[in-house]
Ligand binder design. Structure first.
Ligand code: AMP
Ligand code: MG
Length: 297
């Protein structure tokens, strides 16, 4: 029953949002194994298909209208499922209207710029959907967990303020500017549990087709799990705003994470109400002449 499915898809999103100003504690506040009202993979797959169909209908309107862009930000620990979420959610979209960018350790050139520069360079234009696999939020996550990464950033001597709160403010202002200018910001935190990450790492080691994904850095970073949880909690507490709220996506069940991410993208696009432009710049008489010429052939 598509109507029921659509309803359950839409009702999925509001509870995922982090209330602006809320103080978030991790892992207490959000259960990574939550699957809302969805019983199992089959149930979720049917709903995902409905969601993807709707995305497929909205995207060409967004593209034709050339008024709004949408940047989808994916954050999460290693093995949280960022890559597979991108693959599934975007399966129904026209690749011409989507850009995907994975942000890695910054290059020497990037480090010579202000820290938001490389993220601003990859923003989608009006009509496009841009997906960020990691984002400017790494600047208050990995860099916060390893403050020695600030060293190579060529920063001026800091004042009295704390660099992380300064960055929260700067990020909030930057996103306010983007939204005011028609570039919508959708933020998804894929919330995986420590035990599920361990399971996925072991699977990567056990399955020769997946081992290429495993890096020694993965186990090294896992040792900082609690520091990351603390950094994520602070990020969620300070950068979930009315205009660009965070969505915490339960990520222990990949089938549910995909569905919740797709529902969030759908929700963001529906809010933009994209429509095909009706105003045609060609004078009516010219259109009539063109029609007559084609019909006369
Ligand atoms: P992956 O997403 O598995 O390809 O890994 C990308 C790596 O780049 C991760 O270990 C991130 O922590 C790292 N990374 C991304 N952004 C930054 C940044 N701004 N500063 C330092 N490391 C980063
Ligand atoms: Mg990795």
């Amino acid at each position: 029953m598509p109507d029921e499915t659509l309803k359950s898809l839409r009702s999925l999103v509001p509870p995922l949002r982090v209330k602006p100003g809320a103080t978030v504690r991790l892992p207490h506040d959000f259960d990574p194994a939550n699957t809302a009202k969805f019983r199992d993979r089959e149930h979720a797959q049917a709903a995902l298909a409905v969601g993807v169909d709707l995305l497929r209908d909205l995207q060409p309107k967004l593209a034709a209208q050339e008024r709004f862009g949408l940047v989808v930000i994916l954050q999460g620990m290693d093995a949280a499922g960022k890559d597979s979420t991108i693959q599934h959610v975007m399966s129904g979209l026209n690749p011409q209207g989507v850009t995907v960018h994975s942000f890695k350790v910054p290059s020497a050139e990037e480090l010579l710029h202000d820290y938001l520069w490389r993220y601003a360079r990859e923003l989608p234009s009006r009509g496009m959907i841009g997906i960020y696999n990691r984002s400017h939020y790494e600047e208050v996550l990995v860099v916060r967990v390893h403050p020695e990464y600030l060293g190579p950033q060529h920063l001026p001597p800091s004042g009295d303020g704390d660099v992380w709160h300064q960055r929260f403010n700067e990020i909030n202002s930057w996103e306010r500017y983007l939204v005011d200018n028609g570039i919508e910001v959708l933020k998804l935190f894929l919330n995986v549990s420590k035990e599920e990450q361990r399971r996925r790492f072991l699977e990567r080691l056990d399955n020769p087709d997946k081992t290429w994904k495993f890096t020694l850095a993965d186990v090294r970073e896992r040792r900082f799990w609690d520091d990351y949880q603390q950094a994520y909690a602070e990020m969620l507490s300070h950068t979930s705003t009315e205009y660009a709220p965070w969505h915490v996506i339960p990520a222990d069940h990949k089938w549910f994470a995909r569905l919740a991410a797709a529902a969030s993208v759908l929700d963001a696009l529906e809010r933009l109400r994209p429509r095909y432009p009706r105003r045609v710049s060609i004078p009516k008489a010219e259109l009539q002449r063109a029609r007559a010429e084609l019909e006369a052939e």
